[in-house]
Design a protein around this ligand. Structure first.
Ligand SMILES: NC(=O)c1ccc[n+]([C@@H]2O[C@H](COP(=O)([O-])OP(=O)(O)OC[C@H]3O[C@@H](n4cnc5c(N)ncnc54)[C@H](OP(=O)(O)O)[C@@H]3O)[C@@H](O)[C@H]2O)c1
Length: 329
């Protein structure tokens, strides 16, 4: 029987999520990869134990994580039952709906029908009565924003989620959605954008909207799915995400141009006595608008490496300048 480390809260300092009452760990764990039926359950269990033992209280899922879709939630449900039920009130568990999940017209996008049905399915798969955060996973160009937001509001009022969030919404649509949610009495807790040194669209307005509206931000794919580590410097290792048939990182993304930047960033990280993964996480956390950085890992070792980022979140002006120069190429 799993017994959580008694010292788990001693060294983590939590960050307030926007202007809400909720705090989150600066590093959270995502279950997009490595928790499906194609993966080894015991490895997933070990990573979740290590995360919680180190003060990571937030685990992020979605209806479609796997493969096959739904299996990450089912596997998480098994681990929750065997290890985490005594700790349920210490955990922030999120899930999402917005991408294709089942056949027919009601298993995708942003209708009230889809969102409510999908969350019911997610709760069953995880064996939960409620999730802490429910996200609309991506904007739907065809469903009125009012309908999607009122579905989120309904879900909270039904007690199936405590908070709601948005993911992949641009700045303009985020502002509209946040205002609708506010009027409904269910404030938007958090936004989940893709954000890393290699992908900075969130800096073009979104982070400003979130700050002004008091909404938190959790950055996904902070290591650009593994590119912002030293693992691809000498080619594509077997078992890496880029090598796996089920991985979302395409081999073609690992170009010489990218690797040249990675080599230079790795040198800067070394001078800071950090791994490149640690520097990539720290670089996001230097901005206090970022509530949490949502990493994925395929081993306990990677998770421990990433946690080491928290030992040095400070950057000198000259370090930031050199990083900018490298990123601009
Ligand atoms: N809202 C959305 O639309 C959306 C989309 C994508 C992701 N997300 C969320 O964000 C989470 C994280 O995304 P992500 O998995 O793409 O994040 P990521 O942290 O950018 O990439 C994770 C991958 O990087 C590698 N890695 C991690 N730490 C490492 C280390 N210290 N040293 C070497 N390699 C390391 C591992 O690759 P290997 O497997 O090759 O070892 C790992 O699988 C997801 O689990 C999910 O919860 C949300």
């Amino acid at each position: 029987m799993y017994q959580a480390n008694e010292d788990r809260y001693n060294s983590m300092s939590y960050r307030r999520c926007g202007k809400s009452g909720l705090v989150l760990p600066p590093i959270s764990l995502g279950l997009w990869h490595n928790f499906g039926d194609v993966d080894v359950l015991d490895n997933g269990k070990q990573m979740l134990h290590t995360a919680f033992d180190n003060g990571i209280t937030h685990f992020d899922l979605a209806n479609n994580y796997g493969p096959p879709p739904g299996s990450a939630e089912s596997n998480f449900g098994k681990i929750l039952k065997s290890s985490f039920l005594p700790y349920r009130d210490e955990l922030i568990i999120s899930t999402k709906a917005g991408y294709g999940m089942w056949s027919g017209p009601y298993g995708d996008w942003g209708s009230k029908k889809y969102l409510v049905s999908s969350l019911n399915q997610s709760l069953k798969r995880m064996g939960l009565e409620y999730v802490d955060i429910f996200y609309h996973h991506r904007p739907d160009p065809d469903t009125p924003l009012e309908e999607t937001m009122s579905a989120l509001d309904l879900i909270v009022k039904q007690g199936k989620a405590l908070y709601v969030g948005l993911s992949n919404y641009n700045a303009e649509d985020t502002l509209k959605a946040v205002k609708i949610l506010k009027a409904l009495g269910t404030p938007c807790l958090i936004h989940q954008p893709r954000y890393s040194m290699f992908d900075r669209w969130a800096e073009d307005g979104l982070l400003d909207v979130l700050e002004t509206e008091g909404v938190g931000a959790i950055a996904f794919s902070p290591l650009a799915q593994g590119l912002l580590t030293d693992k691809y410097i000498k080619g594509i290792p077997e078992h890496s995400r880029a090598a796996k048939a089920t991985g979302f990182l395409q081999k073609e993304t690992v170009t010489q141009e990218v690797i040249q930047k990675v080599i230079k960033l790795n040198t800067i990280a070394k001078k800071r006595n950090q791994s490149l993964a640690q520097m990539a996480v720290a670089w996001l956390l230097k901005d206090d608008r970022i509530t949490s950085v949502l990493v994925g890992v395929s081993s306990e070792k990677q998770l421990i490496d990433n946690l080491g980022a928290l030992n040095n979140l400070e950057f000198s002006a000259s370090e930031l300048e050199v990083i900018e120069l490298v990123l601009k190429g």
